[in-house]
Design a protein around this ligand. Sequence first.
Ligand code: ARG
Length: 271
Amino acid sequence: MKKIISLFLSAVMVCACLGGCGAKQEGNSSPENKETVENSNGTEKEVLVMATNANFPPYEYHEGDSIVGIDAEIAGKIAEELGMELKIEDMAFDSILPAVESGKANFGMAGMTVTEDRLKSVNFSTSYATGIQVVIVKEDSDIKSVDDLFAEGASHRVGVQINTTGDIYTSDDIEAKGLGTIERYNNGADAVQALITGKIDCVVIDNEPAKSFVAANKGLVILPTEYITEDYAICFSKKDTELLDKVNAALEKLIADGTVKSIIDKYIPAE
Ligand code: ARG
C-alpha cells in the first residue's frame, strides 16, 4: 500500500512539474530582498539560499566549519550552473517549509521526501534520489521485522525525527491504532541516543542516515525489511515557479551527464 502511495506521489510530482513548468505564475523570485555577493573580479553574483537540517548524513552534515554531503554538493553544482552563489542555512527540519514559503530561503533541500501533504504548500523539483524508511533496533531486540511493529497487541516506543515522514507514517500506522507511542526528537542523532539509553525501542528513519548512525554506535542494527520507499526532491515556494524551472533544467542536466550519480556514489559507496 505504501509502495502504491509512493508511486502515486511520483506521478503527481511529475504532473505538478509538467503543469508548473509551462504555467508561469507571477515569477516572483523569493527571498524578497535579493542578496548579491561581489566576486574577486568585481562582478556581482546573486545569492541562492538553501534551507536544510544538517544532521542527516550523508545528505547534509557538519564537517569542521562547513556543511557537506550529497545535497550540499548537488546544490553547489546547481548554483554553478545558474551562475549563482550558494549559501546554506542550517535550521530545524520543521522550519524548512516555513522558510521556503515565507521567502526566507530560495529552496529547501534536506533529503526531503515528496508527500501529498507537502505538495499542498510547496512545489517539488524532479526527484534526484530515492530514500527508504527503515527501523533501527538494539541487537537483542524482540522486534525482528517491520511487521512486528504493526502486529496485534504490539506496544512499542518508537522514536522519530519530528515532522519527517517517519513521524507521519508511524503516527498513522502505530500511534493512531493504539499499537505504541511515538517519541519525537529534533534530530535523528537524538532519537538514536534515546534508543541506546533504552528510552525507546526503535527508531524509524531514512536508510542512509540509519547506516551512519549504526556504524557510529555499537550494538545497533537495521531491520532487514523496509518500511517504505520514497522520492527525495528540492522544494520551492509556490510563488517561485521561475526558479523551479531553472533549477529543474540544471538538475536534469546534472542527472543526464552523470554528475548527480557520481556525487551520490562518492558518499554512498556500493556495498
Ligand atoms: N525523508 C524524510 C522526510 O522528508 C526525512 C528527511 C530529514 N532530513 C533532514 N535533513 N533532517 O521527512
